[in-house]
Design a protein around this ligand. Structure first.
Ligand code: FMN
Ligand code: SF4
Length: 519
């Protein structure tokens, strides 16, 4: 009997040797006359176990990992194709606590299905949401997405239903759906995992958005650093077209929708929605002043929905299972689940999807297992390069948009980057200013000039040059950037800087008390 073997083709698995493992296993099985069928999936998101090899058995999928090419002979000798015992054996993959304790709604199929097969997608509830959307029509779709409480997962947390309603109410002959897959935040990879592991869910989400607002064309803007995502999306778009799920009269309905991939050119600011639109239009990625909102005048001057990958990929399950099902997860105004990405110096780095409300400490210490270096966790940066640094004292903060705002932080795209006690927070604060200076689009003065002055000030403070006076100037500069910048690149750079100063004053050579007073 042919044994089904599952190995990820996700770039996180490929970069630790998944391709070589798959090739070696195929060759060795052939040499031994063993019948196997290797299915290339996305990753389960347990990156410390990649390359993870899963064997399909009657009991479920049995995992082995991390597997190296040199392990293949031994694994075959141990009868791993029948689930035999081996030092790399992990038991049933779905029983591994990191995986088992998650609530996978957006990531329900990632690591399980073949991302190139529409049939496999359908066999795992794929397209059920779109079929319901076609049945109920635009108004009910928008009502469902609004009721679900879904907020934009790209960073700002804006209610998705309200954005869609604005575009639906704007009259125009042509409207667009733009998917923001620029994923520039440090420590984030959830968009990439969706595109490489379950691209059809994104296509389905964009199609539902198109039906909801009356848009017939979509663009997925993918960062150039994600060549595997570009390939995965292009293959999936073609497969969806062949299956009649993109193009004219989708699934035989009255609705038509098609899309294409656009590749970025490596600018962080091109993740900002208006800058992204400029880039798709073939121009330099520079931020547009708002108003007008992209919902009114967006891509090529037409009303445009622009949403993050995770926002769009969460829509099919909302349509399939109902708004209330999704809304029942979470806390406060943060409804549903959040695909959280654990990165940096962490033992169990990966993707952990769970309902909002879990504490930062539970994520870092219990689920992530503390640092990979084995040293104490000193700081975590949440929400990308513009997010605040949190000390252990704030580890009881629940993962919730409002709770993070109250602690002068942000959830952003859900990335958590962990640092141990060897981190120099003054260097991290300086880096925030340097990053802003390098990535600034240059359109407004507080960001363009302020970030360069900020770097200089940080150098003086660290060198002990007129420290007290320079700390006051830095605080003043941060306020100018925060309140005077045109977009969040300049506007949020003060968060990592000020949080480092507030929570780790000892790294700036000043007495904690003096700094707290200056704050
Ligand atoms: C400098 C900067 C970079 C950004 N980068 C991204 C990004 O990489 N991906 C993303 O989805 N949103 C990014 N955003 C947020 C977008 O401007 C926008 O809010 C988002 O695409 C809206 O989609 P959502 O409502 O689904 O979150 C960025 C914003 C700024 C200011
Ligand atoms: S804040 Fe920076 S990135 Fe944003 S518009 Fe101003 S100069 Fe450009």
């Amino acid at each position: 009997m042919t044994v089904r073997v599952y190995i990820s083709r996700d770039s996180g698995a490929l970069c630790v040797g998944a391709e070589e493992v798959a090739t070696k296993l195929r060759e060795e099985a052939e040499r031994r006359g063993l019948a196997i069928d290797i299915v290339r999936t996305g990753s389960r998101g347990m990156y410390w176990l990649e390359p993870l090899v899963e064997i399909g058995t009657e009991r479920g999928r049995i995992g082995y990992g991390p597997v190296a090419v040199k392990d293949i002979d031994g694994l075959l000798d141990a009868g791993f194709l029948q689930g035999g015992n081996h030092a790399k054996g992990l038991g049933l993959v779905e029983d591994i606590p990191f995986f088992k304790n998650q609530t996978r709604l957006t990531f329900a199929r990632v690591g399980i299905t073949d991302p190139r097969s529409v049939a496999d997608y359908r066999a795992h509830d794929g397209y059920a949401g779109l079929m319901k959307a076609i049945e109920v029509g635009p108004e009910t779709i928008i009502e469902q997405v609004t009721t679900s409480g879904l907020r934009g997962r790209g960073g700002a947390g804006f209610p998705t239903g309200i954005k869609w309603k604005t575009v639906s109410q704007t009259i125009a002959a042509q409207k667009y759906i733009v998917c923001n897959a620029d994923e520039g935040d440090s420590g984030t990879f959830a968009d990439r995992m969706i595109m490489e592991g379950d691209p059809f869910v994104l296509i389905e989400g964009m199609t539902i958005a198109g039906i909801a607002v009356g848009a017939t064309y979509g663009y997925i803007y993918i960062r150039s650093e994600y060549p595997h995502s570009v390939e995965a999306m292009e293959i999936a778009i073609e497969e969806a077209r062949k299956a009649g799920m993109l193009g004219r009269n989708i699934a035989g309905s009255e609705y038509s929708f098609d899309m294409e991939v656009r590749v970025g050119a490596g600018a962080y600011v091109c993740g900002e929605e208006t800058s992204l639109l400029e880039s798709v239009e073939g121009k330099r990625g520079e931020v547009r002043a708002k108003p007008p909102l992209p919902a009114h005048i967006g891509l090529f001057g037409k009303p445009t929905v622009i949403n993050n990958v995770l926002s769009l990929a969460s829509v099919p399950i909302i349509m399939d299972k109902g708004a209330e099902f999704y809304r029942d997860y979470g806390m406060g105004r943060s409804r549903g689940t959040m695909p959280i990405q654990l990165a940096g110096n962490i033992k169990h780095g990966g993707l952990y999807e769970t309902a909002f409300g879990i504490t930062l400490g539970a994520l870092v210490d219990d689920i992530g297992g503390g640092t990979r270096s084995g040293r104490p966790v000193r700081a975590v940066q949440v929400g990308g390069p513009l997010g605040a640094y949190f000390p252990r004292a704030l580890f009881d903060t629940p993962f919730d948009y409002e709770a993070f705002t109250a602690a002068d932080g942000l959830i952003g795209h859900g990335g958590i980057v962990v640092f141990d006690d060897t981190v120099d927070m003054a260097k991290m604060a300086r880096f925030a200013m340097e990053f802003c200076a390098i990535e600034s689009c240059g359109k407004c003065t507080p960001c363009r000039i302020g970030s360069a002055r900020g770097m200089e000030l940080m150098d003086k403070i660290v060198a002990g040059e007129e420290r007290a006076a320079n700390l006051l100037v830095l605080e003043d500069l941060c306020n100018t950037m925060k309140f005077g910048s045109l977009c969040a690149l300049g506007g949020f750079t003060p968060y990592p800087v000020m949080s480092a100063l507030t929570h780790f004053p000892e790294d700036f050579g000043a007495e904690p008390k003096r700094l707290q007073a200056a704050e």
